[in-house]
Design a protein around this ligand. Structure first.
Ligand SMILES: *Cc1c(COP(=O)(O)O)cnc(C)c1O
Length: 360
């Protein structure tokens, strides 16, 4: 079978070039006589891989000097605990804007260690928009302010970040890291599980400002302490070595696409192609507030679960897979991360047009 266009929300498509390089280097990495999988994490070869991965990411995201980059395990979900354990240091209070089930989970974990102040939530409207919250309601003494920059399940994203002043902004960027430019200095901490825009699941990137490191609560497990991982250059224990290697290959690929700036233009083009068609369609509808639309996860519905089902079956026959919406919301969702080529979106739109004609 040929490769398909895989619209999965995660783990998701990787650039073919990355997979081919990994395949070519699989059994004998650069003359070492072994696979990266078989290599000591203390070897010179692996040290080069992790050093280059960090330096590529720093370049791509223009990460300032006073931020550390960590390669951790435990997925995005472990950060839901790690963040409060490390960042609650004074008031032990955090502001949250709840824009989806990932934010809800993060808030539930934070609540075990301190006070969670939910400024707003769009849950009553199935998280179809990003709530606008006036600055006056922010807690000036909060230890951090938490948002999810892109909501994978519902297809929304922040266009304008909250201006939190001296309160560190924490961003879950799991599903849109490297998809658009961000000013890292607006954040105290950014994290992202790798399996959407970077590589295989199993490595989590954390970008954290220096002054937020070193204040972990006493009961913090060693493995959950940012200080331990920064002091050891992400090599306190065996890191997910192969995943870091694939991440490095993806970072090189992003650089070749013109960096995040180049990728962002392409992502805008891909997303407009799909949104413009959906807006002109009488069969498909995008249920999200226009001004909050995600570039990465595009949801659409027909209003009939039978037609949705037919759509998914026929799309699959055409080599376009994993277009079903999240199990909690149904309908359809096209996840068009960095690695999804323009041709994949063009093919999807052509298919949707044809499907609309046949199913009016
Ligand atoms: C996928 C995802 C997560 C969860 O990541 P895990 O690595 O499975 O723990 C968290 N937040 C967002 C926004 C996600 O898209």
């Amino acid at each position: 079978m040929e490769r398909v266009y895989n619209f999965s929300a995660g783990p998701s498509m990787l650039p073919l070039e990355v997979l081919e390089t990994a395949a070519a280097e699989m059994t004998n990495y650069k003359g070492s006589g072994m696979s990266v999988m078989e290599m000591s994490h203390r070897s010179k070869e692996f040290e080069d891989i992790i050093t280059q991965a960090e330096s590529l990411l720093r370049d791509l995201m223009h990460i300032p000097e006073n931020y550390k980059v960590l390669f951790l395990q435990g997925g995005g979900s472990s950060q839901f605990s790690m963040i409060p354990l490390n960042l609650f240091k004074n008031s032990k209070k955090a502001d949250f804007i709840v824009t989806g089930s990932w934010t809800k989970k993060a808030a539930a974990e934070a609540k075990r260690y301190g006070e969670v102040n939910v400024l707003a939530s769009s849950e009553a409207d199935v998280f179809s928009y990003i709530p606008k919250v006036s600055k006056e309601s922010y807690s000036p003494d909060a230890d951090y302010f938490y948002i999810t920059t892109n909501n994978t399940i519902y297809g929304t994203r922040y266009i304008n970040l909250p201006e939190t002043g001296n309160v560190p902004l924490v961003g879950d960027m799991s599903s849109n890291i490297l998809s658009q430019t961000y000013d890292v200095s607006k954040f105290g901490l950014i994290f992202a599980g790798a399996q959407k825009n970077i590589g295989p699941s199993g490595v989590t990137i954390v970008i954290v400002r220096d002054d937020l490191i070193g204040h972990a609560a006493d009961l913090t497990p060693t493995m959950f302490n940012y200080k331990i991982h920064t002091e050891n250059g992400s090599l306190y224990n065996t890191p997910p070595t192969y995943n870091i290697y694939i991440a490095k290959l993806t970072f090189e690929w992003v650089k070749k696409q013109g960096g995040v700036e180049g990728i962002e233009k392409m992502n805008e083009k891909k997303a407009s192609l799909l949104y413009d068609y959906i807006d002109s369609s009488t069969l498909f509808k995008n249920p999200v507030a226009k001004e909050d639309r995600s570039l990465m996860n595009i949801t659409f519905v027909t209003g009939s679960s039978e037609i949705d089902k037919k759509f998914l079956t026929e799309a699959k026959q055409q080599g376009m897979v994993n277009l079903g919406g999240h199990r909690s919301v149904g309908g359809m969702r096209a996840s068009i991360y960095n690695a999804m080529p323009l041709e994949g979106v063009e093919k999807l739109v052509e298919f949707m047009k044809k499907f609309e004609m046949e199913n009016k």
